[in-house]
Design a protein around this ligand. Structure first.
Ligand SMILES: Nc1ncnc2c1ncn2[C@@H]1O[C@H](COP(=O)(O)OP(=O)(O)OP(=O)(O)O)[C@@H](O)[C@H]1O
Ligand SMILES: O=P(O)(O)OC[C@H]1O[C@H](OP(=O)(O)OP(=O)(O)O)[C@H](O)[C@@H]1O
Ligand SMILES: O=C(O)c1cccnc1
Length: 466
């Protein structure tokens, strides 16, 4: 939407890059992108934002204005000339967008000159962390909603322009449509909407407001019935207007409930509509919905056809962010490690491949195994830190998850639409057993290491330990 130039980064990327430029301009590096915890205390995560990041990185440039601005910092003229000609010429190996991913395994690997892989870090994290968070939230809401229709209404409550990408990620996670016109236009997402309270307030009479709206919007007309009193005013007026529409050969699409006890009101509303022969009129509900309220409404058998979700979806509530990180794993072909007091936070060295174990029924077995990229077939997987836990991998099909998506700065996979990515996510999710999808105490998906990767990591830990 707004043009992202290469200065959409953190200053430290540029100050480090200048030192690399002066001291070791021909050095290469490999970085891994991964996160440490599934958001929302869930059992899985939906990876989103790859298409956007490939487009951004392929055309990433420092504009003349960026270079002028950077002159006000301590950058030397030769480095500023490097930035003026900057092109990302590296490679990216990635999990496909829409796939189901898990903590502490590389989702994406970036390789190239140490300067270029460092310069793209911030925009990559910014895009992937946010969209992955929102696609996961959307999918949890989809999980609760079953086959009911989901409408994203969140733009007004989103974190500024994040709303643009939130609507895209929501569609990947399983939302059917969005009220966000710009995202619908740019990403080819179905758009839909109802009406606001202000429209009804602008009339003295609610019935007149409904009549005017229905005359001009005769298709997909949804009347908001809770401005004054849902059952005593909004519904009787909506039924009158629905009957008048029938006389004109049109049909009222729906009514929207936006306050009160949504289960109770939906049941009463459905009865009033049915008693008047309006079986086809749908009930839309909104008001601070999330996966838990929708689950509860379905358990109460609320006859709601469409759920409109805003704030809780596009802000990824209650999680403020996905904790995705970008860590150096190889420098000039040599393995590198980052140690931590917390063993879970110790990074994995070297260029890697990740394999998903597929069982005899074609379902995900429940384990991804990380090996060195150079390894052929991994025979056994090991728990990252518990030497007693290992498993023979012979019975499984090994699906490699890191695929080349960019080489020498050019994308190597075809563009995929949001609809295709959403379909892919749905198909992949169907392969994940249900115990990983429940909200409370989901089953923990195993992330394990090959013997070769484990011993390389342990050697480096020994080498660097004080
Ligand atoms: N039957 C229900 N079961 C579970 N949650 C519900 C049900 N009905 C509504 N909710 C949820 O309860 C929350 C709070 O509703 P609350 O009564 O505070 O708001 P309200 O009805 O909009 O109030 P107001 O009339 O001030 O607008 C909302 O998140 C709403 O989605
Ligand atoms: O509750 P959310 O999940 O965030 O869903 C979006 C909310 O935004 C709108 O309210 P708003 O008061 O902004 O406008 P309105 O006057 O049109 O209701 C809409 O009516 C929903 O209540
Ligand atoms: O179309 C709607 O009903 C809508 C859109 C955005 C926010 N609230 C409601």
């Amino acid at each position: 939407m707004f043009n992202i130039s290469a200065s959409y980064t953190d200053l430290y990327q540029l100050t480090m890059a200048q030192v690399y430029f002066k001291t070791k301009p021909n050095s290469t590096a490999v970085f891994d992108y991964y996160f440490r915890n599934n958001p929302f205390k869930g059992g899985y995560t939906i990876f989103a934002g790859l298409e956007n990041i490939l487009n951004i990185i392929e055309s990433l440039r420092f504009t003349d204005a960026d270079v002028e601005y950077l002159k006000t910092h301590d950058f030397e003229p030769e480095f500023l000339e490097y930035l003026r000609d900057f092109r990302f010429n590296g490679s990216i190996f990635s999990t496909f967008e829409g796939d189901i991913v898990f903590p502490n395994r590389p989702i994406l690997q970036v390789e190239g000159s140490i300067m270029e892989v460092q310069i793209v870090e911030t925009v990559l994290l910014n895009m992937l962390n946010f969209q992955t968070l929102i696609a996961t939230k959307a999918n949890r809401i989809r999980h609760s909603a079953g086959d009911k229709v989901l409408l994203d209404m969140g733009l007004r409550r989103a974190h500024a322009t994040g709303g643009y990408y939130a609507s895209r990620a929501a569609a990947i996670g399983g939302f059917d449509s969005t009220s966000n016109v710009k995202s619908a236009e740019d990403f080819n997402i179905p758009s839909s909407g109802t009406m606001a309270h202000s429209f009804i307030q602008s009339y003295v009479d609610e019935l007149e407001a409904f009549r005017d709206f229905a005359k001009i919007r005769s298709k997909n007309c949804v009347l908001l019935v809770d401005t004054y009193n849902t059952l005593k005013s909004g519904m009787p007026n909506a039924i009158k207007v629905a009957k008048e529409m029938e006389d004109r050969g049109a049909r009222l699409f729906g009514v929207r409930l936006d306050s009160g006890d949504l289960a109770y009101l939906a049941k009463r509303t459905r009865k009033m509509l049915d008693d008047n022969g309006l079986h086809y009129v749908k009930i839309v509900a909104s008001n601070q919905l999330d996966e838990y309220v929708i689950k509860s409404l379905n358990e109460q058998n609320a006859p709601i056809d469409v759920f409109g979700v805003g704030t809780n979806l596009v802000t990824g509530k209650p999680d403020a962010a996905l904790d995705g990180v970008y860590k150096l794993s190889e420098y000039n072909g040599e393995p590198r490690i980052k140690l931590s007091e917390n063993i879970i936070k110790i990074s994995l060295p070297s260029k890697k491949q990740v394999y998903r174990m597929i069982d005899q029924n074609g379902m995900f077995y429940g384990a991804d195994v990380i090996g060195l990229a150079s390894e052929e077939k991994i025979a056994q997987m090991f728990h990252p830190f518990d030497a007693n836990k290992s498993l023979d991998l012979q019975p499984f099909k090994h699906e490699p998850l890191l695929n080349e998506v960019m080489a020498s700065g050019k994308r190597t996979i075809q563009k995929r639409t949001v609809a295709e990515i959403a379909e892919y996510a749905k198909n992949r999710l169907a392969l994940l057993p249900d115990e990983y999808k429940r909200f409370q105490n989901p089953h923990i998906y195993k992330i394990s290491l090959s013997a070769a990767l484990k011993s390389k990591r342990d050697e480096l830990i020994k080498e660097h330990k004080f």
